[in-house]
Each structure stands twice: as C-alpha cells, then as structure tokens.
Design a protein around this ligand. Structure first.
Ligand code: F6P
Length: 423
C-alpha cells in the first residue's frame, strides 16, 4: 500500500449521462482503495445527492462488472448547488453541500461531468472551500483544455453507424436525408460522424450555412448522377441569418451578465464587511422561481424571428417550434424539388456500451485521478493531452468551451473529399 494525502473522497456524476462514466468510477475506486487505502464514497444523482446527503460507500463489489455498462450507476442530475429547486423554490444550497462533504470527511469531491459541472465544482471550491477535482465527460467533446472527453468516441460510432444505415433508404428512394446529431453548441460530433459516415453535407454551428448554397450543391450532385444525399447536421447548426441574430442577442445577454457579476461582487464585499464587524449575516432570500409567463418570455429571445412574431401576434405562451432538422429538410425539399426526410438521433447517441477507446480513456483518467488525489493535487481537471492524463488548474478551463476551429484540419480534409459545409 502506498502513502496518500487523501484519506477519503466522494465521487459524483452530473449533467447528461455518457458512456464511460461507470468505467471512470470503477477505475478511481479500485486504484484509490487498493493502491492507496482511501475510503471512497459515491454520491447519488449529482450535486442533488450531496445536498440531500444521499451518499453510499463504494467498494470492489459495487464497481464490479460496470466497465462495459452505459449510463451511471450513481445516477445523475443537472442540479446546481447554488440554484437548486427545493420545495417549489430555487434555493442556494451551497452550504448544505459543503456541510455534507465535511460531515463525511471528504478530502476531495471528484466530479465527473462537462463544462457546467466544472463550473459548479469550481464554485463549490471558491465559495465553500471544498477541494474538488473534475474529469471531462461529454459526448459533445466541448470541454476546454482536454484533447478529448470520454463518451465522445462512443457517440461518434453510434452516429456513424446511423449515417451508414441511412444510406440504404437514401440511395433506394433517391432522397435527401437530414440526420440531426447532438453536440450542443459544438460541431465535433457532426464533423467526426459526418466524415466517417460519408455525409455529403455537414453543417456545424461554427460554420453558419447558406441554404441556397447547400441546395445548389445538392442539385449539382444530381446533375452528376448522384440521386441521393445525406446531410449530417449538428443540433446547434444555424443559418447565417440566425447566427447574426444570435450574436446580437448574446451581446445583450453578456451586458446583463456583467451587471449581475458586479452585483454579486458588491454582495460578497458586504458579507465580508458584516463578518469583519461581527454583524450577523442576513440569510439570503430564497430566489422565487420565475412565473410561467416570465420563463416563457425568457425563452422567447431564443426563438427564430418568425416564431417570435407568431408569439407576439397571438400573445400565446405555448408556441411550438418546428424542430431545426425538419425545417432544414422542408426548405431543402422546396429549393431542390427532391423528396426529403429527417432522422433525429437524440439520446440513442448516449446509450449502450462504451467503445474500447472510451473504456481505455476512462480507465486511464480514473487511475490518474486516484494518483493525483494521493499526491494531494486538488482543484484541477484531469485532462487528456498528447496521449497522457495530466492535471490542469480548474481556473484555466472553467467558463470556456472548446469549439471546432474553422481552420481545423478535419474541415480541410472533408472539403478535399468534396463535402459541402454550406458556407
Ligand atoms: O451534453 C450532452 C447532450 O447530450 C447534448 O448533446 C444535448 O444538447 C443535451 O445533452 C441534451 O440534454 P438532455 O438529456 O437533458 O435532453
């Protein structure tokens, strides 16, 4: 047994489930227990389980047989400690989370998740002094600071297989098929699966598209005797007009956020002053949940202009937006005169067993995390860089997103083989 600065750690999985999570939990638990004699605790359902003190002991038996299992044996949620729905209200539960971590004598809280989880972990460290470590999980591959996140490879394989299968109907019926893949605001999943599956058009958020150009490309293919086409579209892809509108909205939102940050800073100063002067701190008022009307009005800003107009004209709160891929297929059918169909892969991409690559990556990351904990390295993300797992300070990665650079070599190589990006 080797010596360890960490005696007890807690593990939680937060955000969307992803292939490879169980493989990481297994690797951390085995290495932490068997090599360093640490106590390992599993927190159920992400940060919510920490707040609600739903914490179990992990051991060889609990992590046995989970290497190949999809999802997460711990359960997950998208709840944030600082704004958690509790009894019909949104409450700041940071203190409760910290209290439970301390009560179980956790030297470090290991959080497996994407960018949002890293932010929440960072906040817990900054606001409550809880040591944290994060491991990058997401099928979107958009976590900043790591070459790749676990779960991505599996999702690429699933989406590629789907595109392969869609070729059957596309070629037989001489159709256009729009295949929507996940990826949130990044195009990694569409780019990789689109190239691997031989999609004729790949649309990603980083390269806003022009419908007319896509239609012209599809017609040209037809003139050259190719009577079918597959269009792989990332869920976050936008037309050039939509991208310009979104950029303008973002500018306004950023201004509001800056104002909020200033207010937060003032509050922190006030709290510190009160503490220094020995004044009892006024308990924070629980945040009232937004009323239905307010919540819908907030969403309105994210709607395309035509739906916004409908929203205003009807004064109706429940506007159903046409799914993006279906809108795209409808426009392309109208512009080309070719029959179009849509397939949205959705959560299928997160399901089932992880690929060999994801199992290996997860095992490497988990084992390295345990070693770093033994050394007492906290408040870092375990990143995968140039084939190695390395610690990266959390403050260097939090709040940033890894998007596809528009001059990425994969975009270049896809263009070389004749793929259209609609730009
Ligand atoms: O971040 C992973 C992801 O699958 C995204 O690709 C997608 O936008 C989102 O989660 C879907 O979230 P949910 O499972 O909450 O619908």
């Amino acid at each position: 047994m080797q010596s360890s600065k960490t005696r007890c750690l807690g593990i939680l999985t937060a955000g969307g489930d992803s292939p490879g999570l169980n493989a990481v939990v297994r690797a951390i638990t085995k290495v932490a227990m068997n090599e360093f004699d640490m106590r390992v605790l599993g927190i159920q359902d992400g940060f919510r389980g920490l707040v609600e003190n739903r914490i179990v002991t992990l051991d060889d038996a609990t992590v046995s047989g989970v290497l190949t299992r999809g999802g997460t044996i711990l359960g997950t949620s998208r709840d944030k400690p600082h704004s958690m729905p509790m009894g019909g209200k949104l409450l700041d539960m940071t203190d409760a989370a910290a209290h439970n971590a301390r009560r179980h004598q956790m030297d470090c809280l290991v959080c497996l998740g994407g960018g949002g989880t890293a932010k929440n972990a960072y906040r817990l460290w900054q606001k409550a002094g809880i040591n944290v470590m994060t491991l990058p999980k997401t099928i979107d591959n958009d976590v900043f600071g790591t070459d790749v996140s676990f779960g991505f490879d599996t999702a690429v394989s699933i989406a590629t297989e789907a595109i392969d299968r869609l070729h059957t109907t596309a070629t037989s019926h001489h159709r256009l098929i729009v295949c929507e893949v996940m990826g949130h605001r990044a195009g990694w999943l569409a780019l990789h699966s689109g190239i691997a599956g031989g999609a004729d058009v790949i649309l990603i958020p980083e390269l806003p598209y022009d419908l007319e150009k896509i239609a012209e490309f599809l017609l040209e293919r037809r003139r050259n005797g190719k009577r079918f086409s597959i269009i792989a579209v990332a869920e976050g892809a936008m037309s050039q007009r939509e991208a310009a509108e979104a950029a303008a909205r973002k500018k306004d939102k950023d201004k509001d956020k800056d104002k909020e940050k200033e207010k937060e800073k003032d509050k922190d100063k006030e709290r510190k002053k009160a503490k220094d002067q020995g004044r009892a701190e006024k308990p924070e008022q629980p945040m009232e949940p937004a009323s239905e009307g307010e919540a819908v009005d907030a969403c309105r800003a994210d709607l395309p202009v035509n739906v916004q107009r409908l929203h205003d004209e009807t004064m109706a709160y429940h506007v159903v937006q046409e799914p993006m891929a279906s809108r795209l297929a409808r426009h392309l059918q109208a512009l080309t005169g070719v029959e179009a169909r849509v397939t949205s892969l959705g959560h299928v991409q997160r399901g089932g067993i992880p690929t060999a690559f994801d199992r290996t990556l997860s095992t490497m990351m988990g084992a390295r995390a345990a070693e770093l904990l033994a050394e007492g390295t906290y408040n870092v993300m375990v990143a995968y860089r140039n084939g190695r797992c390395v610690p990266v300070p959390l403050q260097d990665v939090v709040g940033q997103r890894k998007l596809v650079p528009v001059d990425h070599h994969l975009i270049h190589c896809a263009r070389q083989v004749g793929t259209c990006f609609g730009d």
